[in-house]
Design a protein around this ligand. Sequence first.
Ligand SMILES: [Zn+2]
Length: 185
Amino acid sequence: MTALCHPVVFACGFLNCKVVFKAPDTTGPAKTADEYFNHVANHVQANHNWSYSTYFRNLMRQPGVDDAWKNRSNKGVKLRWQRHTSSVLREILETRHIPDVGLFVDWAVKLGSKPFCTPTSPVPTGLPDALYLPVLKHCEYGANSAPEPPYQPNASPGSPQVPDSLPNRSADFDFSAYPAPSASI
Ligand SMILES: [Zn+2]
């Protein structure tokens, strides 16, 4: 499996939440990730619903993208993002490897619209060269290319709500598999 650059932005994806956490680029993201998982754990405990589309939208609330998003030309269109059609853009947002934010926003709109916005949508082709998967060994972004140990969420004893199997890429977290607290009582 190809190693991707380390995520430095962690968005909440629970419905009606607009929180996004951004790690300082020069330090490791572990502390920010801890804050993020604590935040998520509170939602899980409250039995809220996770939505990938909300997650993707909240990733765009990060500095540097938020303004461009709010000032986009084609506002008012209802958008919905799917995991399988927006994965490259999602990785770009998580790593903050955004070379051309205007181009990025155009494609975020495109991928949130027909024909890419349904669970059975085709995988998009023809993504511009500037929007590519942030592969670690080809990384041109110095701040995120320095070698660092893989992020291990289990290393934090302060996050009791985080399940053992929590993957380190937050969008892959399967919240539906997480048992609802006190569900059987
Ligand atoms: Zn939240």
